[in-house]
Design a protein around this ligand. Structure first.
Ligand SMILES: C[C@](O)(CO)[C@H](O)COP(=O)(O)OP(=O)(O)OC[C@H]1O[C@@H](n2ccc(N)nc2=O)[C@H](O)[C@@H]1O
Ligand SMILES: Nc1ncnc2c1ncn2[C@@H]1O[C@H](COP(=O)(O)OP(=O)(O)OP(=O)(O)O)[C@@H](O)[C@H]1O
Length: 280
C-alpha cells in the first residue's frame, strides 16, 4: 500500500500573454500550494485493471478521471500490473484549485512509488503535461513561476506565512470559455511584480501584487463571482483574488485570528468556505 497527498493550488498572479497557434494561451503565472488536500491510497492488483473508488459521488470514476488517465499512462509506459486507487476528495471540484490536476500528479508519483519505478520527477512532469497544463506544477508542488501554457516550471521562493480563506460559489465555470473571453483585452503584466514581492518576503508587498487576468472575464459572466469579490472587500479583506479561471475567490491574512474572524463572517454568505494555511 502507498499513500500520496494531493494539494490544492492558488494562483497568486496570472498574466495571459496571447493566444498560441495550438489554441492554448501563453501565460506567465505564479502558483503556490495550500493546505487543502485530497489523499490517494494505492494498492497493487494481480490483474491489469485500474479501479478507482472515492468518497465523492460528484466525480467520474472511469476513464474520464484524470487519476485513471495518469495511472494508465504509467501502466502503458512501464508495463505495471493493475492498481486500485481510492481518492479521498476534500478539494472542491471544478473550483479553479487544480483538484483534478493535483490528483493526477499524485497518481503519477504514487504509481512511481508503488511499483518502485524510480522515474525522475522531471519525467513525471513531462508525462503530466500531456494530460493537463497545471499537472507539472502539481507533480512538484511548492511555489513556482509557470510559463508556456503553464507547463514550464521554475521553483521560486515561497510566500511568507499566512492564512487563506477560500469561498466557492455553487456554479461551474468552463476554463476554455474563460480563456476565450480574454480576446481583445489588454492587461498590464503582474507576475514579475509578484516574483519580486515573494523574493523580498514582504507580506504587504505580496498582497499588493495579487493579480489574475482571467478574473475580469469570469466576473463579467458570473454575477456570483462578482458579488463574492464585493463581499470579501466589504468585510475588509485587503488581498482578494479569484484563483485560476474561478469560481473560487480567496483572501490572504497574516494572522490566524484575522482569518478565523473573516471565516466566521463569510460563512453566512457562502456555503463552501475554507480556512487553510499557505504552504508554498
Ligand atoms: C486556469 C489555470 O488553472 C491556471 O492555473 C490553468 O491555466 C488551466 O489549466 P488546466 O485546467 O490544466 O488546463 P488544460 O486542461 O490544459 O486545458 C483546458 C483548456 O483551457 C484552455 N487553456 C488552458 C491553459 C492555457 N494556458 N491556455 C488555454 O487556453 C484551453 O482551451 C484548453 O483546452
Ligand atoms: N480526480 C479528479 N478530481 C476532480 N475532478 C476531476 C478529476 N478527474 C477528472 N475530473 C473532472 O475535471 C473537471 C475539472 O475538475 P477540477 O477539480 O480539476 O477543476 P479545477 O480545480 O477548475 O482545475 P484547474 O484549476 O486545473 O482548471 C471536472 O469536470 C471533473 O469532472
Amino acid at each position: 500500500m502507498h499513500i500520496e497527498v494531493a494539494r490544492a493550488k492558488i494562483n497568486l498572479s496570472l498574466d495571459v500573454l496571447g493566444k498560441r497557434p495550438d489554441g492554448f494561451h501563453e501565460v506567465s503565472m505564479i502558483m503556490t500550494t495550500i493546505d487543502l488536500n485530497d489523499y490517494l491510497t494505492f494498492n497493487k492488483r494481480t490483474d491489469k485493471r485500474i479501479v478507482l473508488t472515492s468518497d465523492s459521488s460528484f466525480m467520474p470514476l472511469g476513464r474520464k478521471n484524470l487519476v485513471y488517465q495518469a495511472a494508465e499512462l504509467m501502466q502503458r509506459k512501464y508495463n505495471t500490473s493493475g492498481v486500485e486507487i481510492h481518492i479521498e476528495k476534500n478539494i472542491p471540484i471544478a473550483a479553479g484549485l487544480a483538484g483534478g490536476s493535483s490528483d493526477a500528479a499524485a497518481a503519477l508519483r504514487g504509481m512511481n512509488a508503488l511499483f518502485e519505478l524510480n522515474v525522475p520527477i522531471e519525467t513525471l512532469m513531462d508525462y503530466g503535461a500531456t494530460l493537463g497544463s497545471d499537472i507539472p506544477f502539481c507533480v512538484k508542488g511548492g511555489t513556482a513561476l509557470a510559463t508556456g501554457r503553464g507547463e514550464k516550471i521554475e521553483t521560486i521562493k515561497s510566500p511568507p506565512h499566512g492564512w487563506v480563506i477560500l469561498a466557492k460559489p455553487s456554479i461551474s465555470v468552463s476554463t476554455p470559455k474563460i480563456y476565450g473571453g480574454i480576446r481583445g483585452r489588454k492587461f498590464t503584466p503582474g507576475t514579475e511584480k509578484m516574483k519580486t514581492a515573494l523574493e523580498s518576503g514582504n507580506f504587504d508587498e505580496m498582497i499588493g501584487a495579487l493579480k489574475n487576468d482571467l478574473q475580469s472575464v469570469t466576473r463579467e459572466r458570473y454575477k456570483e463571482v462578482d458579488h463574492l469579490i464585493d463581499v470579501f472587500k466589504k468585510f475588509g479583506a485587503e488581498g482578494v483574488l479569484m484563483s485560476g479561471s474561478g469560481p473560487t475567490v480567496f483572501a490572504i491574512f497574516k494572522k490566524e485570528r484575522q482569518a478565523s474572524q473573516f471565516y466566521n463572517a463569510l460563512k453566512g454568505f457562502c456555503d463552501e468556505v475554507y480556512n487553510v494555511r499557505l504552504l508554498g
